[in-house]
Write a protein that binds this ligand. Structure first.
Ligand code: HEM
Length: 541
């Protein structure tokens, strides 16, 4: 009897479940452009196939960009990756991205961030971090930290930035003497870590020395646990990794807590300091465990966000300049004009820290165009926003060849603008959308044709990057001190491939050296050069 009931129940349950899954896969978001989904796997299998076709270890954005292209590059594309992650909308149009991140009456600080990404990074940033917080708590944090990023204050950071860059130069000198191959990404990471340690905690991290601080060592190990992740999997798929992360995070947190407690007394007297630590503790009467925790969340967030993407930008900038002789010459000419013909770092330091030095940082127009172009082609970060069923969020689609214009309901979805699609859109950037052309940011006519929202490396709207100007200053200063003194040569992937007849590098029609295999990005928390940007360096003669 019981067996018959069970059989009947299963017989009823199977079609019921199938009809549920069928609805979710094929009907629920049928309004959104998408590749044909499978009833059982949604787009998981298709994503897997595109990832297999992408170069080894490529960032998932590379596969998603290929899927988006295969669908005819619509403004939005659904990826149903349930149960691995929430249904995701890839946003490939700057017009739609702008609607997602702007303030509205319903969402005065723009749509909330998707918790999936930040939950995954919670060991690094903590649960109350400025990057993941919402509403009024976010507003209060942003207001607290804004003064630390005011343009005048940032310029007072020039001397410590230069000091740390000199340690970077020491490393380059020794690598130039040895002729060894090295990871420029690693070198730049240590440099930007040293700088951010000064900005956040007002301490020397020793990241570029042979004897880094304990905190630096542990935090570095923690970041490394995200190193070769490829795709973001839920914690229950990788329990051992999760355990290692949580024990490293605890160790890093304990060191940070003791720094906070140690410095609390001193900082209450040093009211003028604008380090992130000092600003976090301003007005704090009672340093209770909750305040310490929230403070540590901000410190680790700034330590992470403040070094990671800037180091990537520095690495790609040296790479693009090493293969674009025209742009390298133009940067050097600009530096000669602004800093004088003596390319030695000591001379550049004297100019930067002398009268009018701060102003020079803002006159590096070509160099700034180079960095903007690097961030266009190789955006290291992005955003993902979430909507709940019933939020009533709609976006207006621009007309496109593959989908009609008009309003689309976006409720119950994660919205993910992919910068490497938007910023390489041929409709905006023309035939050279995939090519490094810094001049596009200098020619007023060309610039007038680029809508502001089509370049969004720091994201836009109220939740745009608080550290963008600091990142630009750091990269400009590092370039001013180094680029005339050294010649960088890429090795391995992305290396210049010399002509078979002359043995010399050959330039293509865009003035770039031809390379054997094009570089690409991998995922290592953010998007990084796939091979750590392996280089050789020689002191320029
Ligand atoms: C080239 C370097 C950088 C790039 C490309 C970059 C990019 C971004 C992007 C795309 C966001 C939005 C993230 C999201 O919506 O989830 C963001 C937010 C943020 N960035 Fe940056 N960033 C850079 C450098 C920095 C630096 C130097 C700092 C700190 C010193 C910093 C601190 C932050 C913080 C705290 C947020 C969260 C802002 C908020 O939600 O109010 N970033 N960044």
């Amino acid at each position: 009897m019981l067996t018959s009931i069970l059989i009947a129940a299963v017989a009823l349950l199977i079609p019921y479940l199938y009809s549920k899954i069928w609805y979710k896969r094929l009907r629920q978001f049928a309004r959104l452009p998408q590749l044909p989904p499978s009833v059982i796997l949604g787009h998981l299998q298709a994503l897997d196939e595109f990832m297999k076709r992408a170069p080894q270890k490529a960032h998932p954005d590379v596969a998603m960009a290929a899927m988006h292209k295969a669908l005819g590059s619509p403004p939005v594309m659904l990826l149903d990756l349930r149960p691995v992650s929430s249904p995701l909308v890839v946003v490939g149009s700057y017009e739609v991205a702008e609607q997602i991140v702007r303030a509205s009456s319903r969402f005065p600080y723009s749509l909330p961030k998707s918790p999936e990404i930040w939950k995954h990074l919670e060991h690094l940033t903590g649960p109350h971090s400025i990057v993941s917080s919402k509403g009024e708590s976010w507003k209060a944090l942003r207001k607290r930290f804004n003064p630390g990023f005011a343009p005048q204050h940032l310029l007072t950071l020039l001397p410590p930035i230069i000091d740390k860059a000199f340690l970077f130069l020491d490393r380059l000198d020794s690598l130039s003497r040895s002729g060894k191959e090295f990871s420029l990404q690693d070198l730049a990471t240590n440099l930007t870590f040293d700088i951010i340690g000064r900005v956040v905690l007002d301490i020397d991290m020793g990241a570029q020395s042979d004897n880094p601080t304990d905190f630096m060592r542990v935090f570095h190990q923690l970041i490394q646990t995200y190193a070769d992740e490829g795709v973001t999997l839920p914690w229950w798929c990788t329990p051992l990794l999760e355990w290692r992360r949580s024990s490293l995070a605890k160790r890093a947190r304990n060191t940070l807590k003791s720094i906070v407690r140690e410095r609390y007394g001193e900082l209450s007297h040093a009211a003028k300091s604008r380090s992130i630590l000092s600003m976090s503790l301003q007005g704090v009467e009672d340093l209770n465990p909750k305040t310490v925790d929230v403070t540590c969340d901000q410190l680790s967030t700034f330590l992470f966000a403040g070094h990671d993407t800037t180091s990537t930008t520095i690495a790609w900038t040296f790479y693009e300049l090493s293969r674009t002789p025209r742009a390298l010459r133009a940067v050097c000419d600009e530096l000669d004009e602004l800093f004088g013909p003596d390319p030695s770092p000591e001379s550049v330091r004297a100019r930067l820290t002398g009268p009018g030095g701060e102003e020079l940082v803002h006159r590096m127009n070509y160099t700034t165009a180079v960095i903007r172009e690097v961030l266009r082609l190789w955006p290291p970060g992005g955003t993902a926003r979430i909507t709940k069923p019933g939020d009533g969020v709609k976006v207006t689609l621009p007309a496109s060849s593959t989908s009609p214009s008009g309003e689309l309901d976006m409720d119950g979805l994660v919205l993910y603008p992919i910068h490497s699609i938007i910023q390489r859109d041929p409709k905006v950037f023309g035939d050279t959308a995939d090519i490094f052309v810094p001049e596009r940011w200098l020619d007023q006519n060309a610039q007038d044709k680029i809508p502001p929202g089509a370049w969004r490396a720091f994201e836009r709207g109220p939740r745009g990057c608080i550290g963008q100007e600091l990142a630009m200053i750091e990269t400009r200063v590092v370039l001013a001190l180094t680029i005339r003194k050294y010649n960088f040569t890429k090795v391995g992937i992305g290396a210049v491939s010399p002509s078979k007849t002359s043995g010399q590098p050959e330039t293509d029609k865009y003035g770039q050296y031809k390379v054997g295999e094009e570089m690409y990005m991998k995922m290592q928390v953010t998007a990084k050069p796939v091979d750590g940007m392996m280089m050789k360096v020689k002191t320029a003669t």
